[in-house]
Design a binder for this molecule. Structure first.
Ligand code: FAD
Ligand code: UDP
Length: 368
C-alpha cells in the first residue's frame, strides 16, 4: 500500500512511522517548511532552544505512549510549575494550599483548606460548562480572580460558553503540590521535539515533502489511502461552514545578559495585558546561556488554527463533518485539528497508534 499523510505533526509522524515499519510506502506532506507541527522547536538567533508555537511540556500516564516515543528520544526530567499574577502578586496555579493562604492571609492546614473550599464552592446539580466546573470547585471569588479573565482572553468567550472539559483541565488542590501536571511521566525530549520527529520520520519507506499544501495537490498525488491531520472543515471545502478554531500570536523575545526572567517556567496573567502567559524556555530545557528567551502568547481570532473551541454548538457542527468523513473511502482523519478535540500531545500519539493498528488489521482497499 502507498499512503499519503497530510501533516508532519504528532498525528502524521506517528502514523507515518507505524505504516512504514509495516512495509508500506509513505509520503508525508506539510504546508509548513518544517516537521513537528505545533511541537516544532528550533534554536533562536542566540542559540537558545525555543518552541516556535508556544510552550510544549510532555506529560502522560500512558506507559505505552511513553515507551513508544522513547524509541526516538531520550528525556530530560522536568515538572512544570506555573504562577498566576493576581493584583500584582504571584500565586501557584492550580490553586493549592499556598494560593489560598497567601491570597487571604490565612494559615490553614490541608483539612482547613478543604473546609474553606467546601464553604465557598457553589455546588451544581449538573456540570455542563466551564463556569459550572470552576464555581462548583472554588467558588466565585477565586473564579473571578484566576479563571474568568484568562478564559475571556484565551477564547473570547465567557466560562459559561465553554464545555466543562476546558476548565476541568486545571485541578484544585488542598495540599502544597504546585506542579501543573501530576502524570506519571513528565519530561522534555533531551535534544528537543524536532530532533525526535527527525528520528521518527527517518525511515527508508518515508518521504517527507515540506512547503506543500494538500489543497490543490491532494488529488494529483494519488495514493491508495490518505491520512489527513489538518483542519477537517478545510478538507471538505467548508461545506458546513467554518469550524471555530482559536489562534495565537507568539511574541518571542531574547533578553541578553539576563540569567533568569521569572521564577518558574510559565507565569499566567489572568487579568492584565493582552497576552495570557509568559514562558521562559530555560526552565523547560535546562539550557544554560548568556541570556534568556521568553515567549508571550497573545490570543487572536484569525491566523493559524491552534485550538478547537469546545462547546455544544461547535461540537454539533463538527459532527456534520465527522459524518462526511465516515463516508470517505480510504481517507482517515486524525489529530487535534482533524478530530476537533482539545488533545494533548500524548493523546494524539495514542489516537495515531490506535488508528494505524486498525489500518494494519484491516488494510484499506487500493483505489483504481
Ligand atoms: P499539529 O501539530 O497541528 O500538526 C498538523 C500539521 O498539519 C501542521 O504541521 C500543519 O502545518 C499541517 N497541515 C494542516 N493542513 C494542511 C494542509 N492542507 N496541507 C499540508 N499540511 C497541512 N500538548 C501537550 O501535551 N503539552 C503541552 O504543554 C502543550 N502545549 C501547547 C501549547 C500551545 C500554544 C498549543 C497550540 C498546543 C499545545 N499542546 C500541548 C497541544 C499539542 O500542540 C497538540 O496536541 C499536538 O501538537 C497536535 O498534533 P497534531 O499532529 O494533531 O496537529
Ligand atoms: N485557565 C484559567 N486560568 C489559568 C489557567 C487556565 O482560566 O490560570 C483556564 C482557561 O480557560 C484555559 C484552560 O483553563 O484556556 C486550560 O488551561 P491550560 O493551561 O490547560 O491551557 P493550554 O496549555 O492548553 O493553553
Amino acid at each position: 500500500m502507498d499512503y499519503l499523510i497530510v501533516g508532519a505533526g504528532f498525528a502524521g509522524a506517528v502514523c507515518a512511522r507505524e505504516l512504514a515499519e509495516a512495509g508500506n510506502g509513505v509520503l508525508v506532506i506539510d504546508r509548513r517548511e518544517h516537521v513537528g507541527g505545533n511541537a516544532y522547536d528550533r534554536r533562536d538567533a542566540n542559540g537558545v532552544l525555543i518552541h516556535e508555537y508556544g510552550p510544549h511540556i510532555f506529560h502522560t500516564n500512558s506507559e505505552r505512549v511513553w515507551c513508544y516515543l522513547s524509541r526516538f528520544t531520550s528525556w530530560r526530567p522536568y515538572e512544570h510549575r506555573v504562577r498566576a499574577v493576581v493584583e500584582g502578586r504571584q500565586y501557584p496555579i492550580p490553586i493549592n494550599r499556598t494560593t489560598i493562604n497567601q491570597l487571604y492571609g490565612l494559615d490553614l492546614d490541608e483539612a482547613g483548606v478543604a473546609a474553606y473550599l467546601a464553604k465557598v464552592r457553589e455546588p451544581r446539580d449538573t456540570i455542563r460548562t466551564s463556569e459550572d466546573v470552576v464555581l462548583s470547585s472554588v467558588g466565585r471569588d477565586l473564579c473571578e480572580k484566576f479563571f474568568r479573565g484568562y478564559t475571556r482572553k484565551q477564547w473570547a468567550l465567557d466560562l459559561s460558553q465553554l464545555s466543562a472539559g476546558v476548565a476541568a483541565r486545571i485541578p484544585t488542590r488542598s495540599n502544597d503540590d504546585d506542579r501543573y501536571f501530576t502524570d506519571t511521566f513528565q519530561a522534555m525530549p533531551a535534544e528537543g521535539y524536532t530532533a525526535m520527529f527527525d528520528r521518527m520520520l527517518g525511515h527508508p519507506n518515508i518521504e517527507v515533502r515540506l512547503g506543500v499544501d494538500f489543497a490543490g495537490v491532494g488529488e494529483r498525488i494519488g495514493r491508495d489511502a490518505t491520512v489527513y491531520t489538518g483542519p477537517i472543515d478545510g478538507y471538505f471545502g467548508y461545506r458546513h461552514g467554518r469550524l471555530p478554531y482559536r489562534s495565537l500570536r507568539f511574541e518571542h523575545e531574547h533578553l541578553s545578559g539576563v540569567q533568569r526572567y521569572q521564577e518558574v517556567g510559565t507565569v499566567n496573567y489572568p487579568n492584565d495585558h493582552a497576552y495570557t502567559r509568559i514562558t521562559e524556555f530555560r526552565h523547560l530545557t535546562g539550557q544554560v546561556c548568556a541570556g534568556t528567551s521568553i515567549v508571550r502568547e497573545v490570543p487572536c481570532a484569525g491566523g493559524d488554527p491552534y485550538y478547537p473551541v469546545p462547546n455544544p454548538d461547535n461540537e454539533r457542527q463538527f459532527r456534520l463533518y465527522e459524518r462526511l468523513a465516515a463516508q470517505q473511502r480510504n481517507v482517515y482523519f486524525i489529530g487535534r485539528l482533524a478530530q476537533y478535540r482539545y488533545y494533548n500531545m500524548d493523546q494524539v500519539v495514542a489516537a495515531a497508534l490506535a488508528l494505524t493498528a486498525k489500518l494494519l488489521r484491516e488494510e484499506p482497499v487500493p483505489v483504481g
